[in-house]
Design a binder for this molecule. Structure first.
Ligand code: DPP
Ligand code: ZN
Length: 854
């Protein structure tokens, strides 16, 4: 299968202390000359092996002399070398304009740019393309001055000049040794929004965000977020920026969200460009989070990188944890935690429960591009969060300081990180390490009983980690559970919150002084990424949703109440919605609550999350149950929704936590008004659509209309499309909104949209907006006739020929076949088998599809 195993890691036989690259840039034929100083790193006597893909060497020189005893083995250039230190020069020619994979050097909208993580650098030149080979880079770029007036690379600019043939050149040096995956260059006709940042030690840094000339105004939010992130990392982690310049470039065609190349971040334009007319509050939040994330990588990723790709979560989990902390500090920490947990449950829990499950530190892979997953990123962040919880803030900061000091300038491992956590705190994390090696989401059964006569309560906890591929038997893990008990009569807390470290299969905890019937609040703040199975009644959950003092736990109680209700309705078909309706009414009536929190709390769990609770997913029954509850809530609380809708203050758009909260609640209320079937719902939504001075309200209204069958729906979609024609980020929203629609005919409409002139698989954002969103639409995608599966397989096979990495990311909805009835399962397997049988399939898609078939 060509799988690579973690245990096969060997240090590199050769190191490359210095790298000099000369680029003669041209979209059709770019000449790359690489000069590497190489030194032997072991006694093996091995020849030098350089990775290279998609090109052939035009020349190889050793110590200045052309040689011909090199050979190509697979995707490696093998050069026999007699001594321990040499200079190797290679020349290759590549064609950026024909690079549709968007890995290596490619063209996006007339801009030449790079993406090297994980293994794109080998598509630019021959190099030991592995993260533990750190090199100092000097880069010279030569290009047509009119077409590519701006030339950028990592590090600091050192020299530039013009040639007399209409071309010009620039040289950049990066003083920090870095792995090849952090290499970047950009050549293009770009305009810049400049900023200045003075670090805590007084160093001035020139900031620049480079975009197309018309887009400079849309970079203000990103630049502001960058300045906030730089200050935050100094304050919270003591991390200071280390170069004189920090540049960001936005391009439209990008596989990832963004890339943390040293000193030259390259971004998917959707995570840079924003103004109120085109970007939603969600977009604004995501831009700040991604700008911060990539900036934070400068320490957690660049100064300290990964020894090998099995350690990917070392930089990604930690950096997600850091960006989550940053975002929490910009507004409501409670709402941020709710959003992050919702994201974890939507993406990571299903991954952990299916055939693509893997540990946070995987044991093997066929294609590393498939491991940029919610498990590596989001579960990885939860691991760091648990260690921070166990250590407490001071010891955790001491531990990160130790980590940054000890491993600065090196390629480290997850083990190195955990060892620093232990050393700085004096705690033994031996058993905690299981979180890195055992896949699967632990389930915790929690049951509280009251011994009224003794004034006691007894909490029984038991954990179980389900089997996952390759891991049939699991050991008990360390689960930090924040727990508190409340009195059902008085609504008061009975004692303080406790941090329970459940590290055995089962455990009992006794609470004294319990004078009234106790209600259990457990896993507060989502202190461990686990599934709690408790026997709490609907009444107790409703009680907690009104009285818990931990906002996350309050939200969670309501979610559990809703989920229990929806699961029961799905299975039994007889809804008992009263407890949910009362709890939602109480939440809406509590004027002490932050509207942003209320909006989250009253939202029903997604169809996908309901499905995840069931042994067999019945997408139609889930949809009916959920729509039934939405309608019941809409009807029974009609006055409250109208009131919530109208209460939101009007006025011009401001991006602030308070204003965001009002808009959010307003759009949730609109959704319930529509769900009630009110005659004027489409009129209200259309009025909001027309009057909105911002994309949040406009898209909120459009989403509500898109779910229905009104004339206003067609009008709004049409107006929206024409208003934003040519703005690809907004046209993505137009596609996505329709792909997520709950209409009965969404499958057919999506198939039509795939033939729309504006649809293209060549742009990853567009592919994800239609095909990716459709895969997340549980009912539409899982149409009983298999049309959704066929559609996805067709698109995926077509996309694989252009861009395997992005194609492979669209596959997971088909991996859920074991959870469906035998008819659907057979259709899904059929789609997977057709994919696997496709001639010329990439290893990216092969790995995902073959593992999904199981
Ligand atoms: N650019 C991706 C990220 O920052 C991969 N490093 O997560
Ligand atoms: Zn990252």
């Amino acid at each position: 299968t060509g799988a690579i195993s973690r245990h096969d890691y060997r240090p590199p036989a050769w190191l490359v202390p210095e790298t000099r690259l000369v680029f003669d840039l041209d979209p059709a034929a770019t000449r790359v000359t690489a000069t590497l100083s190489v030194t032997r790193n072991d006694a093996s006597g091995d020849p030098l092996r350089l990775d290279g893909a998609g090109q052939r060497p035009l020349a190889v020189r050793v110590d200045g002399v052309a040689i011909d005893d090199w050979r190509i083995e697979g995707e490696q250039l093998v050069v026999p070398l007699a001594g321990d230190a040499h200079t190797i020069e290679t020349e290759v020619e590549i064609a950026p304009e024909r690079n549709t994979q968007l890995m290596g050097l490619y063209a996006s909208g007339g801009i030449l740019c790079t993406q090297c993580e994980a293994e794109g650098f080998r598509r630019i030149t021959y190099f030991p393309d592995r993260p533990d080979v750190l090199s100092r880079y000097a880069v010279r770029m030569v290009a047509d001055a009119a077409r590519y007036p701006v030339l950028l690379a990592n590090g600091d600019p050192v020299a530039a000049g013009t040639l007399d043939d209409g071309r010009h050149w620039a040289e950049w040096n990066d003083p920090f040794p870095k792995p090849s995956y952090l290499f970047a260059l950009v050549a293009g006709d770009l305009a810049v929004n400049r900023g200045q940042f003075t670090t805590q030690s007084g160093r001035g840094v020139d900031l620049g965000i480079w975009v197309r000339a018309g887009d400079v105004e849309k970079t203000r939010h990103a630049l502001h977020a960058l300045e906030l992130a730089m200050a935050w990392d100094e304050r919270v982690y003591g991390r200071e920026y280390d170069l004189d310049v920090f540049n960001i470039v936005a391009v439209d065609d990008f596989n990832f969200g963004a890339m943390e190349n040293k000193g030259l971040n390259i971004f998917n334009s959707r995570y840079i460009l924003a103004d109120p007319d085109t970007a939603t509050d969600y977009d604004y939040d995501a831009i700040a989070a991604v700008v911060a994330h990539e900036y934070f990588h400068n320490w957690s990723g660049n100064r300290i990188t990964c020894r090998d790709w099995f350690q990917l979560s070392l930089k990604e989990g930690f950096t997600v944890y850091r960006d989550q902390g940053f975002s929490a500090d910009q507004g409501s920490a409670a709402v941020k935690r709710i959003e992050d947990v919702r994201g974890l449950r939507a993406a990571q829990f299903p991954e952990d429960a299916g055939p693509l499950a893997h540990p946070v530190r995987p044991e093997s892979y066929i294609e590393i591009g498939n491991f940029y997953t919610a498990t590596i990123y989001n579960k990885g962040a939860e691991l760091i969060r648990m260690m921070a919880t166990i250590l407490g803030p001071q010891a955790f900061r001491a531990a990160t300081d130790l980590y940054f000091t000890r491993f600065d300038g090196t390629a480290a491992t997850c083990e190195d990180f955990v060892a620093c956590m232990e050393e700085a705190s004096g705690r033994d994390l031996t058993q905690f390490r299981l979180w890195y090696s055992q896949a699967g989401t632990p389930r915790v059964a929690a049951s509280l009983s009251h011994q009224a006569g003794d004034g006691r309560a007894t909490l029984r906890l038991a954990q179980h980690v389900p089997a996952t591929p390759g891991q049939p038997d699991k050991q008990p893990m360390v689960l930090p559970l924040r727990i508190r008990v409340f009195g059902a009569e008085t609504g008061r807390a009975l004692g303080d919150e406790q941090l329970v470290l459940l590290d055995e299969a089962a455990s009992t905890i006794v609470f004294d002084g319990i004078t009234e019937r106790p209600v259990l609040s457990v896993n507060r703040g989502f202190s461990a990424p686990v599934i709690i199975e408790s026997d709490r009644s609907a009444a107790d959950l409703a009680f907690l949703s009104a009285h818990d003092d931990d906002p996350f736990a309050r939200y969670e109680a309501m979610q559990q109440l809703m989920l229990d209700t929806l699961v029961a309705t799905t299975i039994e078909g007889r809804p008992d919605n009263d407890a949910v309706i009362t709890a939602v009414a109480n939440t809406l009536d509590d004027r002490t609550l932050d509207p942003a929190f209320v909006a989250e709390a009253v939202l029903l769990p997604s169809e996908g999350f309901i499905g995840d609770q069931l042994a067999m997913v019945d997408p139609e029954a889930i949809f009916r149950a959920r729509e039934g509850l939405r309608r019941a809530l809409g009807l029974r609380l009609a006055d409250r929704w109208r009131d919530a809708y109208e209460r939101a203050p009007d006025g011009p758009y401001v991006y602030s936590p308070a204003a965001k909260g009002h808009r959010r609640l307003r759009s949730v209320a609109l959704g319930y008004i529509a769900a009630s079937g009110a005659d004027d719902a489409a009129t209200i939504a259309f009025r909001q659509f027309e009057r909105a001075d911002n994309m949040t309200d406009r898209q909120g209204a459009l989403g509500t209309l898109a779910n229905g069958y009104s004339d206003e729906r067609e009008a709004a979609l049409d107006i929206f499309y024409h208003r934003y024609a040519g703005n690809s980020l907004v046209i993505d929203k137009w596609f996505q909104t329709q792909a997520l629609s709950s209409r009965d005919d969404t499958g057919r409409l999506v198939a039509d949209l795939a033939r729309h002139p504006d649809f293209t698989l060549a742009n990853p954002n567009r592919a994800r907006a239609l095909v990716g969103a459709f895969g997340a639409n549980q009912r539409a995608f899982n149409a009983a006739d298999g049309s959704g599966y066929r559609f996805l397989a067709d698109q995926l096979i077509a996309l694989d020929k252009l861009n395997p990495q992005t194609a492979a990311k669209l596959l997971p909805p088909l991996a859920r076949w074991r959870r469906f009835d035998s008819d659907r399962a057979a259709l899904m397997r059929g789609a997977l088998e057709r994919i696997v049988a496709t001639p010329g399939l990439s290893k990216d898609v092969f790995e995902q599809a073959s593992k999904s078939l199981g």
